[in-house]
Each structure stands twice: as C-alpha cells, then as structure tokens.
Ligand binder design. Structure first.
Ligand code: ZN
Length: 60
C-alpha cells in the first residue's frame, strides 16, 4: 500500500506534525492529536496527490 506522510504545523502551538495518508484517504477529514501539545487538530486531506492539507484547531 502506498502511503505518504504530509507535514503540517499545529494550529495550536505551531510545531511540526506529520499525518500519514493513503490514496483512499483523499478528501477525508480526520482528527489527530498534536505530538507536542496533545491538543486535537482537525485535518482536511487534499482530494488529489499533489494537493495540500488544511488544518484547523479542533478544541471542544
Ligand atoms: Zn501542538
């Protein structure tokens, strides 16, 4: 299975995080805790391989 790691900055603390995505994950919305501050991050994966992920603070 081809997986790709995408790098993003935590919207809470700004530290670098990585999210693993598979081809079937395109366009998915996932929640992941920051590896540094442990707060929830909502991640909107791109709908194609060359797209960029978007991240949002997912508190509450
Ligand atoms: Zn953080």
């Amino acid at each position: 299975m081809l997986t790709e790691s995408q790098r993003f900055a935590c919207p809470h603390c700004g530290e670098a995080n990585w999210v693993e995505m598979e081809p079937g994950d395109f366009g998915q919305r996932v929640i992941q805790d920051c590896a540094v501050c442990c707060r929830a991050i909502e991640i909107l994966l791109p709908d194609h391989a060359d797209g960029f992920i978007q991240v949002f603070a997912a508190d509450g």
